[in-house]
Design a protein around this ligand. Sequence first.
Ligand code: HEC
Length: 251
Amino acid sequence: MKKLIVSLFMVMMPTLALAAAPSGPLDSMRSDHANKPSLQRGAALFMNYCLGCHSLEYARYQRIADDLEIPADLFEENLIFTGARIGELIEIGMDKRQAASWFGAPPPDLTLVSRLRGDSWVYSYLRAFYKDDSRPFGVNNAVFENVGMPHVLVELQGLCASKPTVGVKPSVEPLSGVVRNAEPCSEWAIEGSMTPAEFDRAMYDLSNFLSYMGDPVKLQRERLGIFVLIFIAIFFVFAYLLNREYWKDVH
Ligand code: HEC
């Protein structure tokens, strides 16, 4: 009986989902797939700024419209720029071999990137571009060194003049009261249309959307999980009583 209880307890322990080990310190972000407005804004950013190079070829537009509660006609009018129908997979026309010669590496499909790299990695990466004239596009990335991707959000974020800090919390010097590392970027080479706080929020939305993309059934799974546990708990009582009944006369 003790063994049964122990094994049941172990079955109920939540399993830890471990993403691929990050390369260095990261700015952490917690995805929230129930936050539909955030996911909608993230989807809009993705369709506007990323779909030119990156596909989401394991997902369909229709599924995103349904999950994010965007009416199909609005979605088709405002978020599909490739001429695709809403029932189709989110593919792009870019030739992989040609893209590799333009960028050094082809832009990978991003359906599962949050599963591969982790949410915090994606969030940090998108905010970590900086000016580096030795690179072909004049930019480098503090999270992904010598990345082939240009800084496509430069009009929103601007361009940091030197390598920004990543994963460093602001600290106050006790004697002088000077705040260190308040902002990841100390000097801007190009000003963007958003403030750093606004850009962080936008990148939270975009990373949140990519997190949803990698695990679109997370909410349903967690909701169903509760019912499964309740069922197991109730079933345990009957299984235990039955077991006692069977073994009553055996000595
Ligand atoms: C002009 C084309 C282009 C656009 C637009 C673009 N990317 Fe990229 N992206 C690339 C290329 C090329 C790479 C591969 C870089 C490498 O491996 O060196 C890449 C790599 C990435 C990676 C890293 C993938 C990995 O695991 O290696 C992420 C994440 C990413 N892009 C996200 C985005 C997001 C989000 C957007 C929209 C804001 C975007 N990209 C827009 C070209 C682009």
